[in-house]
Design a protein around this ligand. Structure first.
Ligand SMILES: [Zn+2]
Length: 147
């Protein structure tokens, strides 16, 4: 989101989701928004500093907040990296293919409407009702495949 700070982006995401989170939750989301690639809970705890309101910010407390942020749709968990990215307002979708670079760790979102429709149809064939479908694909981005 060009020009916006992590905190501004975080506030916009939370507003668009109608989500209310704690001050620490807002700071966690702002930290994620400040990164240009997925970030793990330990790194988030590190970036937030050791203390918040006199209490230590532990990876465990960050994990609890991340769970809430994932549930309200503000954050996407990248399973293959055990890391998190923000789901910004404009690219929010219930289905996406995430291309995760094994080199630099950056994530690119692509939409492949036919694939998504086919998965939805196949799932319905088994009377399975999808809530969302996130497909993770790993490989090398353009920059990384050059070197
Ligand atoms: Zn790369």
């Amino acid at each position: 989101m060009g020009g916006l700070s992590g905190a501004e982006t975080a506030a916009a995401i939370l507003t668009s989701r109608g989500a209310v989170v704690s001050l620490l939750g807002q700071r966690v989301l702002a930290t994620i928004c400040d990164q240009d690639k997925p970030v793990g809970a330990y790194e988030i705890a590190d970036k937030l500093g050791r203390r918040q309101n006199g209490r230590p910010v532990t990876p465990n407390s960050v994990y609890r907040i991340l769970k809430t942020l994932v549930e309200c749709g503000a954050v996407q968990h990248i399973e293959c990296q055990r890391a998190y990215i923000a789901r910004t307002v404009v690219d929010y979708a219930t289905s996406a293919v995430l291309c995760v670079c094994d080199g630099c760790g950056r994530v690119d979102r692509i939409t492949v409407p036919n694939i998504e429709a086919e998965i939805a149809a196949a799932a319905l064939g088994r009377e399975f009702h999808l809530h969302r479908q996130i497909i993770e694909a790993t490989g090398l981005c353009r920059e990384c495949s050059k070197s």
